[in-house]
Design a protein around this ligand. Structure first.
Ligand SMILES: Nc1ncnc2c1ncn2[C@@H]1O[C@H](COP(=O)(O)OP(=O)(O)OP(=O)(O)O)[C@@H](O)[C@H]1O
Ligand SMILES: [Mg+2]
Length: 264
């Protein structure tokens, strides 16, 4: 037993291969603790099981072996105490942006006045003030993505699971959102488990970077990033120590990426 907010122990995951009864092992024994108020980034090659891990923490998938604990309790069903921004987060097309963001509050029985205030604050936090009455089809892809993030932030979960949340955003919006998330997670002392493909993003945002191997995946390393905060996400290289932290992650991660040699 430990006092981590989220704890993955001995996680193994097998899926039946499509068209066959044979199980394919995707995750081959992962142990990872996420302490209170910590920001942990998970990186790993495509298909190694990053989204699978988040789905387990959200209680949407039970591991073949091992257990995920949330605040000491084994997750055995859908976990409504965490906020989850899935990789393919989508707003309901028949609801306006404000109605989409309001939904988790309605489900939790929050009163109308407070709902209005919190929706406005959440939309403001993702830079979408004034778009309340727009339907998703009237928003750009990046705006829809930000709307789905607002829908999770609005109920102030103490654990936030984010699956490549900024992947679809343009480079400028992405930096602004990284900066906002950094402030927001600090102010709310939220615990964040954040999947990304981007080493720079991981190093800029995280207290720890967990690096997964190719599947069947194991945890290759869990590297502490001790850069001072707040960090300058707009000019990564201006953060003292950034280069060394990036190198520490890259040195482990590069073995997992097929880098072609240039012919001589
Ligand atoms: N329901 C399922 N049935 C069968 N195989 C699955 C299922 N869900 C995931 N997989 C397989 O498990 C592996 C891990 O999937 P997952 O989505 O967790 O990868 P990922 O690390 O998030 O990849 P990416 O970086 O591309 O998002 C993939 O090879 C995928 O094909
Ligand atoms: Mg994924």
């Amino acid at each position: 037993m430990n006092d981590a907010v989220l704890s993955f122990s001995g996680i193994r995951q097998e899926f039946p291969a499509p068209g066959s009864d044979v199980g394919i092992r995707v995750i081959d024994g992962i142990d990872l603790d996420v302490g209170h108020g910590r920001f942990v980034a998970v990186i790993g090659p495509s298909g190694c099981g990053k989204s699978t891990l988040l789905q387990m923490a959200a209680g949407l998938l039970m591991p073949t072996r091992g257990t995920v604990h949330h605040r000491g309790r084994a997750i055995a069903t859908i976990n409504r105490e965490v906020g989850f921004v899935p990789q393919q987060a989508q707003l309901f097309p028949w609801k306006t942006l404000a109605q989409n963001v309001e939904l988790p509050l309605l489900l939790r029985g929050v009163g109308a006045d407070e709902r209005r205030e919190r929706v406005a604050a959440a939309l403001d936090a993702v830079g979408l003030s004034g778009f309340d009455h727009y339907f998703p089809s009237q928003l750009s892809g990046g705006m829809q993505k930000r709307g789905s993030i607002a829908r999770t932030l609005v109920y102030r979960p103490d654990v936030i699971l984010m699956d490549e949340p900024f992947g679809a955003l343009d480079a400028q919006t992405r930096m602004v959102m990284q900066n906002d998330l950094q402030m927001l997670s600090r102010d709310a002392s939220a615990t964040v488990l954040f999947v990304t493909h981007d080493i720079t993003e991981a190093v800029l945002l995280a207290d720890n970077v967990a690096i997964m191997s190719q599947r069947p995946s194991k945890l290759l390393a869990n590297i502490a990033i001790n850069l001072p905060r707040p960090r300058n996400v707009f000019e990564p290289f201006k953060n003292p120590g950034f280069e060394d932290a990036y190198d520490a992650v890259w040195t482990v991660f590069r073995s997992q990426i097929g880098i072609r040699q240039q012919p001589h």
